[in-house]
Design a protein around this ligand. Structure first.
Ligand code: 5GP
Length: 144
């Protein structure tokens, strides 16, 4: 899918928001939802999405919703730092398939980096162990 196009109500994150698909939730408020990435690039890889916007990418979101989104990204990043003590945190966001986007509902990645640990592939590899993701999510939640 290109940078420009129609929002698909049946994308996986829209289904997660509607409760039609499960997720390992870290945080939720009226406007945003944070949950564990099921193909984590590193331990603690978390995604943050707006709940009420039909925005596929950064270009399509309203400024208010974007402000709320980045506010939650900061909040979760701080909790990840407290909970997991990474050596660094990468915050990324892709717009359009050629840029690396694979799910077309706006989202931001929070990817903790640990010295000496190689970053896993993007949206690839084996699905994470759900018990492990739940343990990580609990740690992050406790630090919120
Ligand atoms: P993008 O490639 O669009 O920037 O990122 C999409 C992210 O969603 C990828 O990191 C991928 O691992 C993750 N992902 C894909 N399908 C699912 C899913 O069903 N549940 C969760 N929690 N993450 C997903």
């Amino acid at each position: 899918m290109s940078l420009n196009g129609q929002y698909d109500d049946d994308n996986i994150f829209a289904k997660i928001i509607r409760g039609e698909m499960p997720c390992v939730k870290v945080y939720e408020d009226e406007h945003t939802l944070a949950f564990m990435d099921v193909f984590p690039q590193s331990e603690g890889h978390t995604l943050v999405i707006p709940k009420n916007e039909k925005a596929r990418n950064l270009l399509e979101v309203g400024p208010k919703a974007l402000g709320r989104l980045i506010g939650t990204v900061q909040r979760i990043s701080r909790a990840v730092n407290t909970a997991l003590s990474p050596d660094g945190i990468v915050v990324t966001q892709f717009n359009g398939a050629p840029a690396g986007q694979t799910v077309f509902h706006l989202h931001m990645h929070i990817i903790p980096r640990y010295e000496g640990t190689t970053l896993g592939g993007h949206a690839s590899g084996e699905m994470a162990d759900m018990d492990k993701l739940n343990v990580l999510a609990e740690k992050i939640k406790t630090a919120l």
